[in-house]
Design a protein around this ligand. Structure first.
Ligand code: ADP
Ligand code: MG
Length: 727
């Protein structure tokens, strides 16, 4: 069935050419037990390698079942090896990290041996070579003789028509050597066994034929016994491992080398962490801050909501809204956000802070200290000269700088004429904006609501359609002795009113005027009234009864705030609300023209992401190369015992995928801890949708495929025997 016709083989060194085989003619058949002898260097191993398709030949022709082979491609040789050859290597070539059982089992798996009978067959073969006691011992701990027996058991497991053995008894004592020869003799009944040995004496009785080589030439070829029988050879059809077996072997490869697994995982964890952070930073899209011109306070926690028809919210609606996902709490009077806290610094100046609802303050945002737990506590952006535990005077200011309540007379020294509170600093946050976080109850205070409203409410006095005057930031004093629909104005207002409305002092006090409160986002209230007196005051102010003031203070919620964590949550909530409610997120006000820019940013993003992915691939390949290299020999061994190229490609890729998935689970578990307890890293997870997780998984699997392919290309560059020799 195997026939060599004038086959020569050369080895080319740097300067020398060695002829390892010289015009060898020989034919071999099933049922033969051929023993090859010869001095060291006479070409025995070369002949075996050529016969088993592990190495090429240069001249002559080798026939397999009468078929010429000089045109064989790598793939055809691979098929030949996997279907015909069971090889026992002089240097064992077993997988050291596997147990004896796993080594034999892998050969059974690779050839597709009936899964139900695999385990028994493996045990049987191991018993046959006398290794029952070492069945589950790691191969690296075996003696040379024992390794050789594993190698034989594995070759027999393959159940191939040709068994080729290169000095299989070289390392064995007489007794085990005899046992092995007996075993080979038995299998030679229905196979072709070709064996190289030093001591012909030991095999003489079993061998059917003796071939002696000298300097690459066959100098003796004697058949003393005719093959007992020549049965039909049955060649197994080509076989590719099913997914389950590939995964099983990949898993085994990983977990039988724990140190390597840990190293690979550690590298992968760094890679996945880098991906998670870079990608996470990219997922964040809506937390950029700008400020809407319509709102003084563009806190990232403030989502302003009102109804399309301008009507008030019912308490059921408020309950539903505050229960929405991503909504942390609700302020039923949105303008309350507009109050600024001006902290009197130790140098006498006022430091204005934007107010924030404390439920928006996540523990990870706190740099030092804790969140406010009482109405007199405050958390601020770290400021020079301020310490935790300090009690500071804060003024409820109605604009960012708190100047409106300064006296009009520039000659006067600046005085603060704002309602004030004493607050205790309990924590600091890190931010580039001046932010203050206060207890939720703070927003319930009348003084806060009133002061806040002044920031956005304009007061309009109208005489007729063309004659009116508008003021902003007017202080309102309550005087319940005043009749409804009458108000009093301070002298400074009187002056302006007289001029603009073109009325004399006495006319002003008798002419009915329309009094209106305007607001960018509040319902406009309008009432008729008369001014009944002018009072002395250095500020712009009016006096009115509580009933009239109720026009300013809404008693029913027309416009509310939903407290959200940031722009991301705001976006999600807005999406949910879009059909039923009108909502504005002041922190991400888009100035006209910004939309065009964002296209450029997107293109820029795509370029950066592509560059990042390529860098990532190189880093992955370079860092994992060495650890993958450690498995190279095992892969070549797999190849030598008949695993197909595609089986090995897939196994490598699955191994990498498993490692990446382990790393993925570890990294994302860590990020979850980071999110809820550690706060070591920015919390990007909250921006992840399911699509983002899927993207990362797909990215990692893609990376595993690319790296695996690149790695395997290297393994398959050389012929099996060269590859084995190099390793
Ligand atoms: P044997 O197995 O009989 O000891 P080999 O078949 O290994 O002999 O080697 C036959 C000849 O080919 C020897 O001269 C050896 O030095 C040479 N040879 C074997 N392998 C190589 C190789 N890879 N490169 C160069 N020369 C080789
Ligand atoms: Mg040899």
């Amino acid at each position: 069935m195997l026939k060599l016709q004038g086959v020569s083989k050369y080895y080319r060194g740097e300067t020398t050419v060695t002829q390892a085989l010289r015009r060898v003619d020989a034919a071999f058949n099933i049922g033969e037990f051929v023993v090859i002898t010869g001095e060291s260097g006479s070409g025995k191993s070369t002949l075996l390698n050529v016969l088993s398709g592990l190495d090429s030949y240069e001249e002559g022709e080798m026939f397999i079942n009468g078929e010429e082979t000089n045109h064989y491609t790598d793939e055809e040789w691979e098929h030949y090896r996997s279907q015909y050859i069971g090889f026992v290597f002089q240097s064992y070539n077993i997988i050291d990290s596997y147990t004896v059982y796993q080594n034999v089992m892998s050969a059974l798996i690779i050839q597709g041996y009936d899964p139900a009978k695999r385990a028994n067959r493996a045990k049987e073969l191991i018993a046959d070579v006398g290794l029952k006691a070492q069945m589950h011992q790691r191969s690296s701990t075996l003696s040379g003789g024992q390794k050789q027996r594993v190698s034989i058991a594995r070759a027999l497991a393959k159940d191939a028509p040709i068994i080729v053995a290169d000095e299989p008894t070289g390392n064995l004592d007489k007794a085990s050597s005899d046992a092995i020869i007996q075993l080979l003799k038995e299998v030679s009944h229905d196979r072709l066994v070709i064996m190289v040995t030093h001591s012909y004496e030991a095999v003489k009785d079993q061998a059917t034929r003796h071939l002696r080589l000298f300097d690459g030439e066959v100098v003796e070829d004697k058949t003393h016994k005719k093959p007992t029988e020549t049965p039909e050879i049955t060649v197994k059809p080509l076989y590719n491992m099913p997914l389950k077996d590939q995964l099983k072997l990949a898993f085994q490869n990983l977990f039988m080398m724990p140190k390597r697994l840990i190293l690979m995982s550690a590298i992968s964890i760094l890679i996945v962490l880098a991906i998670a952070l870079v990608y996470g930073a990219n997922v964040v899209t809506t937390t950029e801050r700008s400020s809407s011109p319509a709102f003084n306070n563009s806190s990232i926690h403030r989502l302003v909501v009102n109804k399309w028809d301008g009507s008030a919210f019912s308490s059921e609606e408020l309950d539903t809204l505050s229960d929405l996902r991503h909504v942390e709490s609700l302020i039923d009077f949105d303008p309350a956000n507009e109050v600024f806290l001006s902290v009197l610094s130790q140098y006498g100046g006022l430091m204005p802070y934007q107010t924030n609802h404390a439920t928006g303050l996540h523990p990870r945002m706190i740099d030092q200290g804790r969140a406010p737990e009482a109405i007199n506590e405050i958390v601020v952006t770290r400021t020079y000269g301020m310490n935790i535990g300090d009690t500071v005077t804060v003024y409820l200011s109605n604009d960012r700088y708190g100047y409106y309540d300064a006296p009009r007379d520039p000659e006067q020294p600046m005085q603060v004429n704002l309602p004030s509170m004493a607050l205790t600093v309990v924590g600091f946050i890190d931010d580039w904006w001046d932010l203050a976080y206060v207890h939720p109850d703070f927003y319930e205070l009348d003084s806060v609501r009133y002061q806040a409203l002044r920031a956005s409410v304009e007061m309009q006095f109208t005489l007729d359609e063309d004659t009116f005057v508008t003021f902003d930031n007017i202080r309102i004093d309550i005087d319940d002795t005043l009749a409804d629909n009458t108000i009093q104005v301070s002298e400074s207002l009187e002056t302006i009113l007289k001029e603009t409305l073109n009325l004399s002092a006495s006319q002003l006090l008798t002419t009915p005027l329309t009094f209106e409160l305007h607001n960018d986002y509040l319902e406009s209230r309008e009432t008729n009234m008369t001014i009944d007196a002018v009072f002395e005051d250095q500020y712009d102010a009016v006096k009115m009864s509580s009933a009239t003031k109720a026009l300013v203070f809404q008693t029913v919620p027309y416009q509310i705030t939903l407290i959200v964590e940031d722009g991301h949550s705001a976006g999600l909530v807005q999406e949910r609300l879009s059909s039923a409610y009108h909502s504005i997120y002041p922190a991400s006000y888009e100035y006209p023209g910004m939309a065009n820019l964002s296209i450029i940013f997107n293109i820029f993003n795509i370029i950066t992401i592509t560059a990042l992915l390529m860098t990532l691939y190189f880093i992955t390949y370079i860092t994992l190369k060495n650890t993958m290299q450690a498995r190279k020999k095992d892969y070549i061994i797999f190849r030598s015992i008949g695993a197909s190229k595609s089986d090995l490609y897939r196994m490598t890729i699955y191994e990498l995928m498993m490692v990446f998935m382990i790393a993925f689970v570890i990294v994302y578990t860590f990020l979850l801890f980071n999110r809820y307890a550690l706060y070591w890293l920015p919390d990007y997870l909250r921006y992840y949708s399911i699509a983002n997780y899927l993207f990362v998984v797909v990215l990692l699997l893609g990376l595993a495929i690319l790296t695996g392919l690149k790695f395997n290309t290297k393994i398959f560059k050389n012929s099996v025997i060269t590859a084995l020799r190099v390793e």
